[in-house]
Ligand binder design. Structure first.
Ligand SMILES: NC(=O)c1ccc[n+]([C@@H]2O[C@H](COP(=O)([O-])OP(=O)(O)OC[C@H]3O[C@@H](n4cnc5c(N)ncnc54)[C@H](OP(=O)(O)O)[C@@H]3O)[C@@H](O)[C@H]2O)c1
Length: 334
């Protein structure tokens, strides 16, 4: 007994991690299908010890599955998902295509799994930066109600897919050899640099990535009054996003209470012992499931606010793991 599961985008960073996590978490799979672009048709991906032949992503092919985990670009999701959902396959989509659609639940299983009840065969996985921020903030929000979030992200290149990893490695090597290198994935050279620009610019000079953090926070927490003030920055880190967060609450709290709440929060691991130089760093979060929180301290001037540093593996909790947890929740709750 098990489910027919398709991974769409199986040759990509997120798709590969999905296959790994489906296997690790022993999701009951009766058949597994791997889909990607025509370019990858006939190649193989791994699922445990098995090698799965990659098929070209088509509506007919993907509709064989009970569940399809999508990790492809936004336009291809928009093109394929509605018809596949109509035919009865439940889609969990990692792209931005459906996140703000009122008929589509946007879910972080630690926070709002009950939103899954109203799905119409498409469920959206939130943006990686929103997921780690809210996994860390929601337990505090439940106690003291969030009023305002200031967030600055330090997002690794893997957030932009497999080609971006190659770009950082090649650009670094070219820089060290003093060779010319023209960026193809990022708008500027990423080696030894920071780029305060992720996705396109929208109104008021905020980027789309920044506005995702605002809109998705409101949808997931069901509270459009929370003020979110984001700046998203690409950094020359291979994997793992980091965030500086200043959060202001409606009520006062002590630091001891914050540590207690976060230490018992689902999906959170507190790494905070400054005197012993203990704090989260992306290099050490690679391949881990948790959202790591450290450098927790009260705001110096606002008694109802705190500062913290939040790090998580963007490919796991920021994408593949969150999607598989949604699937797991649906299977366990029928
Ligand atoms: N990376 C992250 O941290 C992250 C986090 C959250 C959400 N996401 C989202 O997840 C999606 C995938 O991201 P990624 O990082 O895995 O990207 P990636 O490494 O570039 O992989 C992209 C995948 O999409 C497939 N693909 C491309 N064009 C296709 C087409 N026309 N038809 C079918 N499949 C096609 C690719 O297949 P080929 O190998 O055959 O080209 C590959 O399997 C994106 O929507 C991204 O925004 C990523």
């Amino acid at each position: 007994m098990g489910y027919k599961i398709a991974v769409v985008g199986a040759t990509g960073l997120v798709g590969q991690e999905m296959l790994k996590i489906l296997y690790e978490r022993k999701i009951p799979v009766s058949e597994i299908y791997a889909f990607a672009s025509a370019k990858s048709e006939g190649t193989y991906v791994e699922f445990g010890d098995e090698k799965i032949k990659v098929e070209k992503a088509t509506v007919d092919g993907i509709s064989k599955a009970d569940f399809a985990l999508f990790s492809i670009g936004e336009e291809i999701s928009l093109e394929l998902a509605p018809e596949i959902a109509k035919r009865g396959t439940i889609i969990i989509d990692n792209s931005n295509a459906f996140r703000m659609n009122p008929d589509v639940p946007l879910v972080i299983p630690e926070i709002n799994p009950e939103d899954l009840k109203n799905h119409k065969n498409i469920i959206a996985n939130p943006n990686c930066s929103t997921i780690q921020m809210l996994v860390a903030l929601n337990p505090l929000h439940k106690k003291w109600r969030l009023k305002k979030i200031f967030v600055a992200t330090y997002q690794s290149v893997s957030g932009k897919g497999k080609d971006a990893i190659d770009e950082l490695l090649t650009a670094t090597s070219s820089f060290l050899k003093k060779e010319d290198y023209s960026p193809k994935v990022f708008p500027y050279p990423i080696a030894f640099n920071l780029i305060p620009h992720i996705d396109s610019f929208e109104d008021e000079n905020y980027t789309r990535e920044e506005m995702k953090m605002v809109r998705e926070t409101h949808k997931i927490l069901h509270d459009p009054t929370i003020k979110v003030s984001p700046t998203c920055v690409r950094v020359p880190v291979l994997r793992g996003h980091s965030e500086v967060i200043n959060a202001e609450f409606e009520e006062e709290f002590t630091l001891k209470e914050v540590f207690e709440v976060l230490s018992n929060a689902p999906g959170v691991k507190v790494l905070d012992d400054p005197s012993n130089r203990v704090y989260p760093m992306p290099l050490f979060c690679d391949g881990k499931d948790e959202v790591f929180v450290g450098r927790i301290r009260k705001d110096l001037f606002e008694p109802k606010a705190l500062n913290m540093w939040v790090v998580s593996d963007n490919i796991r909790k920021g994408a593949a793991l969150n999607a598989v947890q949604i699937l797991e929740y649906m299977i366990n709750n029928k």
